[in-house]
Design a protein around this ligand. Structure first.
Ligand code: G3H
Length: 497
């Protein structure tokens, strides 16, 4: 159970979870806490420490000192500790999954999957890290005009320093380790600021790293109010890199952060373009999986269907039949559709639905909401003047726009301020390739719904969807800088063979 057994030391008394710094679980001197509301019961489920700016300063100093020693730790040893953490994480998947269910209403099975996927990600990162960080480049000067072979250039990848990791509520464990593991294998230290909803899951995950035996101060996790420590963290002079996943707060962070590398993933309005020759059963299955899994609260969810008019009736009928089979209820019962994360999120979704109603969209189901629970809703005949055509509901509401040409679909996709992923369904691979090339998104899936994984694939958004590329290899590279050493010879030297 969460907060018991091995995890008892992370809990202060009965309700408030501690924060993690200097290899220890601590109570904030602020004496204040932040409540975490269970989206299903809408009552306080857990509390976490409201860390102060002074505590953030202390953590930054610790992380800086610990990083210097960690950078001198052999690569194989860093990998060994990561493998150990991955094993502990997977061994304790049940209590962590329990927190995910209670804090973010993720269905029970998906919660377990998130933890297991996270353990696999950490192990893969350890393996990939020893390979790619174990290699450098060797250049000779006489390949550039006018030079003799008098200079040998050795390049290697070195750590950046302190990495600030800010994951979102929808994957507080997986999108935390996707930042932590690459940072650590590359020789960086970590300051983690988990989302409030999801903080307790993240603290349990951090404890698994603690149990693995990482050095003191190398991994730190501060909790608290964004208004108190959010900007303070992202603008802190001790931070050498920010890896952020979330909403448009990321745009504000990128404007305020100093001259440091940024990795940002900020949401999407992933379009699903359906051509006349598509396998409509396959499309319908993918729209359900892509649009409604975790109640649509994924940045890679299908967020708008752009279907050719000639097959639209048939597709809508198939999707409607599948929507009717989705189970709706609490995450503990492993329902397909569970409450969205907060009341404000539910209100926002409702605003989009009302706007679509007023402007004449066809409701394939009746709109129904109880508390934060919104029943799955397919909106047909959505037009570009409706907000839902452009905004991401981050909920189980999916708009269908009927199009008369492929160009119209591509135009709608590219007119969005987002550019994360998109997908196209057709049996014609040549057409699919042309459409993929024309879509201004970081990834295009052919004949499948958008998705970030497998976690070693490159993952990136363009426009307001992000900066940089993720995926294990890209994240390791992003969290390093290139260092070169040039050996200057007194006379040209050539290998004679
Ligand atoms: O919500 C943003 C995530 O990066 C999406 O990940 O495609 O595995 O659900 P996913």
């Amino acid at each position: 159970m969460a907060g018991t057994g091995l995890f008892a030391e992370i809990l202060d008394g009965e309700h408030v979870y501690k924060y993690y710094a200097d290899g220890e679980w601590k109570k904030s001197t602020s004496g204040k806490s932040v409540a975490i509301i269970n989206p299903t019961t809408r009552k306080t489920q857990y509390k976490v420490q409201a860390c102060s700016q002074q505590e953030v300063n202390k953590v930054m100093d610790l992380a800086k000192t610990a990083q210097k020693l960690w950078a001198k730790t052999p690569l194989w040893k860093r990998a060994e500790l990561l493998h150990k953490a991955a094993a502990i994480l997977k061994e304790h998947k049940a209590p962590i999954a329990e927190c995910l269910v209670k804090e973010i209403a993720k269905p029970a099975k998906d919660s377990v999957t998130e933890v297991v996927r996270s353990g696999d990600l950490v192990s893969y990162t350890a393996e990939e890290g020893v390979r790619i960080l174990g290699e450098g480049k060797f250049l000779v000067s006489d390949s550039f005009p006018g030079n003799e072979r008098t200079k040998y250039c050795l390049t290697s990848k070195i750590p950046l320093g302190v990495v600030l990791a800010i994951p979102p509520f929808n994957y507080p464990v997986n999108l935390a380790v996707s930042k932590i593991a690459p940072a650590l294998i590359a020789g960086n230290s970590i300051v983690l600021k988990p989302p409030t909803q999801g903080a307790v899951s993240a603290l349990h995950m951090v404890h698994c790293f603690h149990l693995a035996g990482f050095p003191k101060g190398l991994i730190n996790c501060v909790t608290g109010k964004g208004s108190e420590i959010g900007d303070f963290l992202t603008m802190h002079p001790g931070v050498n890199c920010i890896s952020f996943t979330g909403g448009d707060t990321g745009i504000a962070i990128s404007k305020k952060a100093g001259m440091i590398p940024l990795q940002m993933e900020l949401g999407g309005k992933d379009a699903c373009i359906v051509l006349e020759d598509a396998d409509l059963d396959l499309v319908a299955a993918n729209i359900i999986k892509g649009g409604f899994s975790y109640s649509g609260q994924r940045c890679t969810a299908v967020k708008v269907v752009l279907v050719m008019e000639s097959v639209a009736d048939s597709l809508v009928k198939k999707v409607k039949a599948k929507v009717a089979k989705l189970t709706v209820g609490p995450p503990e019962d492993d329902c397909d559709i569970t409450p969205v994360v907060s009341e404000s999120s539910a209100n926002y979704i409702e605003g989009l639905v009302k706007d679509a109603k007023e402007k004449g969209a066809t409701f394939c189901q009746e709109y129904k909401r109880e508390g934060n629970l919104i029943w799955p809703l397919l909106l047909d005949n959505v037009r570009p003047d409706m907000r839902i055509a452009w905004e991401e509901p981050f909920g189980p509401v999916l708009p269908v726009l009927r199009i008369n040409s492929v160009e119209e679909g591509i135009h709608h996709c590219n007119a969005s301020n987002f550019g994360l992923q998109g997908c196209v369904f057709t049996k014609d691979i040549n057409k699919a390739m042309l459409i993929s090339d024309a879509m201004e998104t970081g990834t295009v899936q052919i004949n499948s719904a958008p998705a970030r994984g497998p976690d070693h694939f490159p993952f990136q958004g363009i426009k307001d969807s992000g900066i940089g590329s993720q995926g294990i290899t890209n994240s390791i590279n992003m969290m390093t800088k290139v260092k070169t050493t040039v050996i200057n010879l007194p006379t040209p030297s050539y290998t004679m063979g």
